[in-house]
Write a protein that binds this ligand. Structure first.
Ligand SMILES: Cc1cc2nc3c(=O)[nH]c(=O)nc-3n(C[C@H](O)[C@H](O)[C@H](O)COP(=O)(O)OP(=O)(O)OC[C@H]3O[C@@H](n4cnc5c(N)ncnc54)[C@H](O)[C@@H]3O)c2cc1C
Length: 384
């Protein structure tokens, strides 16, 4: 094993979670490598269909990493309006809570590219564009064998390789899994009326529709619905699809006109049975996935990356030290459980056709709306 291939931390997967985590380690003493077979391309002028809501605390962290301001196209969310399927309603306002904004909306590809530009500029992270072939697990060091035949040694292997994590499979870590029987249809639209930085969400009998404001007179939608309905929506001619989304959104922003073709993503809740082992940790979608109705998936992934980078600041112990990793996992557990519980619960609650449940869920929204303390508590969690 040559010196060149011995690392303290090897990250498998350079999506948003893995790339942000690698960047957070740039000013530590650890020798770090990031293995990613498909680094992001420079984005063109077109709009990315993958658009996310990012929490203010994660944006502050990304800003400190130097990746946020380079993202350029971003829209603050000042308010959110949620409607039930039978008159229930809930409103969140940043001003009421004494916050400058509730969230920021940005395109995935621009942020991804900005993170990678940061990694290239940092110069001290080995960026390895290769696939992975096998892992040889050791007592103190693990060896990652790449598809091109290279062997990398690591005190800590970080699985940030997404929902179908290869590293999780290599470690034989089981997965608790629930199919939401929903597909998330995403698309971007030009809107007739200005959105004024307001995000909208409708709980409907056929699923959940969200409008996320984009810079200018544009919105991105996520319509989480049954696989059959999702397929039918995607098969509609452009003008009919635009008209359907306009009507489903109660014409809040006037007529919508499609900007990017719709794409569908099957939605599943996943939770790895273990996130840490000696010399191994899973972060982001490799560890957990959630329903997008609360816009929390990558926010959880960034909170994993933030907390893990903090945990690694202590250089007296090896990066892969099990006690350190267990303390990290304990710290992350409650956050992930509560987001999975709330999003799964809301999905089930609004999926029921029972008349009483329908009354309860709509009343529940309006009651929440009238309880300022409850709204403040919900907002405090969402901005983390
Ligand atoms: C419809 C929809 C809407 C969503 N909206 C939101 C939202 O508003 N807000 C929010 O916070 N989240 C949202 N999410 C969730 C978000 O998309 C994910 O949580 C996030 O993309 C996961 O990032 P990641 O880096 O963990 O994984 P990924 O993005 O999957 O990245 C994994 C990376 O690992 C690489 N890789 C894979 N296998 C290997 C291997 N063997 N070796 C090396 N590299 C490998 C891949 O090439 C990839 O680059 C949404 C999801 C969906 C489906």
């Amino acid at each position: 094993m040559s010196e060149r291939n011995a690392f303290d931390v090897v990250i498998v997967g350079g999506g948003l979670a893995g790339a942000a985590f690698a960047l957070a380690l740039r000013d530590t003493a650890w020798r770090v490598a990031l293995v990613e077979p498909k680094p992001p391309q420079e984005p063109g002028d077109g709009w990315d269909a993958r658009v996310y809501a990012f929490s203010p605390a994660n944006v502050a962290w990304l800003r400190a990493l130097g990746a946020w301001d380079a993202t350029v196209r971003q829209q603050p969310v000042y308010a959110m309006r949620i409607a039930g399927d039978d008159g229930g309603h809930l409103a969140f306002d940043a001003l009421e809570a004494g916050l400058p904004e509730l969230a920021f909306i940005a395109e995935s590809n621009r942020l991804h590219h900005a993170l990678w530009q940061g990694l290239r500029a940092a110069g001290n992270i080995d960026l390895i564009a290769a696939g992975t072939a096998a892992v040889a697990w050791g007592a103190h060091q693990h060896e990652l064998i790449l598809a091109d035949g290279r062997h990398l040694q690591a005190s800590l292997l970080v699985g940030a390789d997404g929902a179908h994590s290869w590293l999780r499979g290599q470690a034989n870590i089981g997965l608790a899994f629930e199919d939401y029987h929903h597909v998330g249809v995403v698309a971007n639209f030009a809107c007739e009326r200005p959105h004024r930085g307001i995000a909208y969400q409708w709980f409907r009998q056929d699923g959940v529709l969200a409008y996320l404001p984009l810079p200018g007179k544009r919105v991105s939608i996520v319509w989480s619905t049954t696989p059959e309905r999702a397929e039918a929506l995607q098969a509609l001619p452009e003008t009919e699809f635009s008209a359907t989304v306009t009507v489903a959104g109660q014409e809040r922003l006037g007529a919508l006109k499609l900007v990017t073709p719709p794409q569908g993503f099957p939605l599943k809740r996943r939770r790895a049975e273990q996130w840490v082992r000696s010399g191994l940790v899973l972060i982001g979608d490799a560890a957990h996935t959630v329903h997008p109705l609360a816009g929390q998936g990558i926010n959880l992934g960034f909170r994993d990356a933030r907390r893990l980078a903090e945990a690694l600041r202590d250089t007296r112990r090896a990066p892969g030290d099990l006690g350190r990793l267990q303390a990290y996992a304990l710290r992350r557990d409650e956050d992930v459980r509560s987001v999975q519980f709330v999003t799964g619960g809301l999905k089930k609650l609004f999926g029921s056709e029972d008349g009483l449940v329908r009354w309860l869920r709509n009343t529940g929204l309006s009651v929440t709306d009238s309880q300022n303390w409850l709204k403040q508590a919900l907002m405090r969690h969402a901005i983390q």
